[in-house]
Design a protein around this ligand. Structure first.
Ligand code: SF4
Ligand code: SF4
Length: 544
């Protein structure tokens, strides 16, 4: 295996024996092969579209497959073997319906049947086997990781009934592009184009979420526990939460959100459910300790899963849905006649479990997505113009387990009192429980929601630019200090680059898939830098 798609890549160069994330060599190779199968299927799908053949099934398969390969989404080799077989079958069936076309690329022509053949093939097509030119390989992987993140957003929107065909075409064209000879300049254009589609994908998902569940509004969320048995729901899929809330209403079971599901508490449609009891625990990587004491069942609707330890006691209480999977945990596939996910197995188990053990108490305030922030725009503008707010710091992104991430807590704590943090994604768990106070009634931590809701900060920045009549978005008193971990963060970062945001700091380390030349270009063209120390960065951002 060779994998360097996330921030935890071993030695910041790449995992080669076993993933730091816990991914086995076998799963890593099967994931590479599934992406390869998607490349072959994309060749055929794009051609079928030209011949006006319906490719809905194939488009969705590609999106779900890419999503399944993002960091910490799926650790189950059997699920990947099954997906590879499905991909080959879809490709060959669609190919047989095409007129007058010959494919030459191996990803369309090769075939295999079963784990052994797949494993052998996977060794030929891994990341390191592509492009001899390391800069081109790096830029291609940049695009691939971007479209993996984009695929996650496309899938979330799809389950709520929202689609944009252009996004499928772009994802498929990008996969095919990676099989071609490309120059550095054309790759740089493609990287920015990925950011452009990232903006489209985030806008689509924002529309899907807000049209379905209303606009998030300022909300105080309890972080303690009640006396009823509970179900903990994690991940980013709001539809799964809706189905669960409907099926648990009146059963005496409380539902708690976990990690990136926290922002759901701010949507008007979810607030109607009185048994949505609050948020439990911290960011995804704390699940090993949080799940032990939650006592009830846990549902993973999307990434970020952590493989259980040998002495973990909760394996029988964890359920996965959608593209997620872990060999030790039960995967839910059944649907009710009304099309909802069938959570009856989880509900039965919850009734037999004791209530969660209290971890902490109090409340956190969330719900500052763009609609809510723009309603406060006058207040914010007054504070900016009067100097009460000197700077806003976007600290969106991901959290993870490395000690170096304490930087973000220290950074938040050391910010001058006339600064406001704009956040989204699970990076917020580094500082959302600190008591940072408010400025003229505006909380100093404004949480827009999940990582995909980082779109909110783009909307707010563009609006402020318009209202303040500025020529360039970079003239705003906003600085970007983004933490990254996985590929959804990569698409957010690309989207911000596309919107013209310069001098973004990312950390705690720069992507391992950047070569020195790619890094030089990112620095020169976009001012991309990595974090240093809190003191140095404060100076650099003009925050001291
Ligand atoms: S996803 Fe990250 S930690 Fe896991 S194998 Fe890849 S680079 Fe390593
Ligand atoms: S922000 Fe990133 S790391 Fe955090 S839960 Fe979401 S996908 Fe995972």
């Amino acid at each position: 295996m060779f994998c360097y798609q996330c921030q935890e890549a071993a030695k910041n160069t790449g995992c080669t024996i076993r993933g730091v994330c816990g991914k086995t060599d076998e799963v890593a190779n099967l994931q590479d092969l599934l992406v390869y199968v998607c490349k072959g299927l994309s060749f055929v799908t794009l051609e079928a579209k030209k011949q006006t053949i319906n490719t809905e099934k194939e488009d969705r398969f590609i999106v779900k497959s890419l999503f399944a390969t993002i960091t910490n989404a799926n650790f189950d080799p059997e699920m990947f073997v099954k997906s590879i077989k499905t991909g080959i079958a879809l490709r060959d069936s669609l190919k047989s319906r095409l007129q007058n076309v010959r494919f030459e690329h191996d990803s369309v022509l090769w075939t295999g049947n079963g784990k052994e053949e797949f494993e052998a093939k996977a060794l030929e097509i891994g990341v390191e086997s592509t492009d001899a030119n390391e800069d081109i390989r790096s830029l291609k992987q940049y695009v691939i990781y971007g479209i993996k993140g984009l695929a996650a957003y496309v899938e979330h929107a799809f389950v709520l009934g929202y689609e944009d065909r252009d996004l499928y075409v772009f994802i498929e064209e990008s996969l095919v592009m990676t099989t071609r000879e490309m120059s550095v300049n054309s790759m740089l254009d493609w990287v920015l184009k990925t950011g452009e589609y990232g903006v489209k994908g985030m806008a689509l998902l924002d529309k899907a979420n807000t049209s379905t569940y209303g606009n998030p509004e300022i909300t105080k969320v309890k972080i303690g526990v009640g006396k009823n048995p509970g179900i903990l729901i994690s991940g980013h899929d709001l539809k799964e939460l809706e189905d669960l809330l409907e099926q648990t209403e009146g059963t005496g079971i409380d539902v708690y959100t976990h990690s990136e599901m926290l922002p759901a508490n701010a949507y008007p449609q979810f607030k109607k459910f009185k048994h949505l009891a609050g948020n439990y625990g911290g960011a995804w990587h704390q699940q090993l300790k949080d799940f032990e004491v939650f006592n009830g069942p846990i549902i993973f609707t999307t990434n970020c899963l952590v493989p259980p330890r040998k002495d973990t006691t909760y394996n029988h209480r964890v359920f996965t849905t959608g593209v997620t999977g872990m060999p030790e945990w039960t995967h839910l596939t059944k649907q009710l006649p009304n099309g909802q996910r069938d959570f009856s197995e989880v509900i039965t188990l919850a009734k037999q479990c004791p209530p969660p053990t209290q971890l902490e108490s109090g409340e956190i305030t969330i719900g500052f997505a763009h609609n809510q922030v723009l309603q406060l725009a006058d207040k914010i503008l007054d504070a900016v113009q009067s100097g009460a707010i000197k700077k806003m710091v976007v600290m969106s992104g991901c959290d993870a387990r490395q000690k170096s991430r304490e930087y973000y807590t220290d950074f938040a704590q050391n910010l001058p009192k006339d600064t406001v943090i704009l956040t989204s994604g699970c990076a917020k768990y580094r500082y959302n429980k600190l008591n940072l106070g408010d400025i003229n009634g505006i909380p100093r931590v404004l949480d827009a929601g999940q990582c995909n809701d980082s779109y909110s900060w783009a909307v707010v920045a563009l609006k402020l630019k318009e209202v303040l009549n500025l020529k360039d978005i970079n003239e705003l008193p906003i600085v970007f200090n983004i933490a990254w971990y996985e590929q959804k963060a990569i698409i957010v970062h690309l989207a911000l680059l596309y919107l013209g945001i310069k001098d973004m700091h990312i950390g705690p380390t720069l992507p391992a898939f950047f070569t020195p030349n790619v890094l030089a270009v990112a620095k020169e063209k976009f001012g991309v830098e990595t974090i240093t120390t809190v003191e140095e960065d404060m100076k650099l951002f003009g925050l001291n």
